[in-house]
Write a protein that binds this ligand. Structure first.
Ligand code: HEC
Ligand code: HEC
Length: 342
């Protein structure tokens, strides 16, 4: 054997063993991750009872602008689920039918049916309860009364037929309750699929080395104290500003729902699935950039000052949680941090 071939085989062995180390690392990383998170289930609770007639009616209603007073807005105006978007409008707070804005950022409707409850403060228990709110909310769709919603829907023969098919055997199928039920049935189809789940299910190459590094940081820094389960959130309530107070004290969060002092500044822990698609961040839409939200989370919730490398690694990992086939609009800023700029 000449010297050249020895060098080649040494290099080959080195390459092989580094691949093996990565595979072993991926396996132990997966094991560590599966202790606190899980793949998204096949379908949402309750979906087994939804009929295709209810789902198709619900979809039509979700995109229906006649559900707003001046026919300017549908659910999809603030929760854009078509065009490959992330189920949000990417605004800090959303303009309603007459341009007025509420105080909170629109959360995504994607995977929402997996959450323990709906809204930032969890004030609606189910998707159907939630769907009754925005239509009559004066700042959102601003319809004056349920009766007017029913009158509009009844005036359309197509809707009368579709409600009849979706809720067979009922004497008055066109009802406000059935509208909400159908919308919820459609929302239960909004389950997303991403590369992180492929990784959790055993495919090492589903995450890049940088994303695996980010996952490692995410797990070790302590984000999964709160962002756990299949959605990396959506399954509990926590205060924003545990170790340092949050800058904006206008919204007192869940205390308005429970009247319990312990719930001041408590919000639902948001899911981090599709997070790269849903800028801006926090209940008030404070941060346009994901990296800034990550940095502030570590500081407020864990009392940790992350390095730029850690922030970038975690942000890179979070990018692997986006539904395949969905993309953030160009205007939504996801990338680098603005922290430290004048
Ligand atoms: C004008 C904008 C706007 C419109 C129109 C609108 N929403 Fe929302 N939606 C919001 C905002 C803002 C919130 C958060 C409010 C809060 O938490 O107090 C929200 C919350 C939600 C949530 C809770 C998600 C979560 O993670 O907690 C769901 C589900 C939802 N909306 C579905 C709908 C449906 C269905 C319609 C149509 C019937 C609709 N929205 C119409 C702005 C809007
Ligand atoms: C003690 C619980 C807790 C810990 C630890 C925690 N978070 Fe959060 N996180 C929350 C809560 C609660 C919110 C909602 C805050 C709000 O807007 O009021 C949130 C919001 C977020 C958001 C914005 C979500 C959105 O839809 O706007 C991101 C991103 C985030 N967290 C990432 C992280 C990362 C990364 C870590 C680790 C560095 C982390 N969090 C640690 C509880 C926690």
């Amino acid at each position: 054997m000449n010297l050249k071939s020895i060098t080649v085989s040494v290099a080959a062995i080195a390459a092989l063993s580094s691949l093996n180390t990565r595979a072993a690392d991926a396996a132990s990383l997966r094991k560590q991750a599966l202790e606190v998170v899980a793949p998204i289930p096949e379908r949402m609770p309750g979906a087994e009872n939804d009929t295709k007639e209810q789902i198709s009616l619900g979809k039509k209603l979700f995109f229906e602008k006649r559900l707003s007073k001046n026919e300017s807005q549908s659910c999809n105006s603030c929760h854009v689920v078509d065009k490959g978007r992330g189920g949000v409008d990417n605004e800090p707070t959303s303009p309603g039918a007459f341009g007025k804005r509420g105080g909170r950022n629109s959360p995504t409707v994607l995977n929402a049916g997996f959450h323990l409850a709906q809204f930032w403060d969890g004030r609606a228990e189910t998707l159907a309860d939630q769907a009754k709110g925005p239509v009559l909310n004066p700042i959102e769709m601003a319809m004056p009364a349920e009766a007017e919603v029913i009158a509009r829907l009844t005036a359309d023969k197509g809707y009368v037929k579709a409600f009849g098919k979706a809720f067979p055997g009922q004497t008055a199928p066109v009802s406000y309750d059935n509208m909400a039920k159908a919308i919820a049935a459609f929302e239960r189809t909004l389950v997303t699929r991403d590369r992180f789940d492929d990784f959790l299910k055993g495919k090492d190459s589903a995450l890049t080395a940088a994303e695996q590094q980010g996952l490692h940081e995410f797990l070790t820094v302590g984000c999964t104290t709160c962002h756990t389960g299949p959605l990396l959130g959506g399954n509990g309530y926590r205060k924003i500003g545990i170790l340092e107070p949050y800058s904006n004290t206008a919204d007192k969060g869940r205390i308005e729902v429970t009247k319990d002092e312990a719930d001041e500044y408590v919000f639902k822990v948001p899911s981090l699935r599709n997070i790269a698609l849903t800028a801006p961040y926090f209940h008030d839409g404070k941060h346009a950039k994901l990296a800034d939200a990550v940095r502030e989370m570590a500081k407020l919730q864990l009392g940790k000052q992350l390095t730029d490398d850690q922030v970038n690694a975690i942000t890179t990992f979070l990018g692997a949680l986006s539904d395949k086939g969905r993309k953030a609009p160009k205007t939504a800023a996801m990338g680098g941090s603005t922290a430290g700029q004048p």
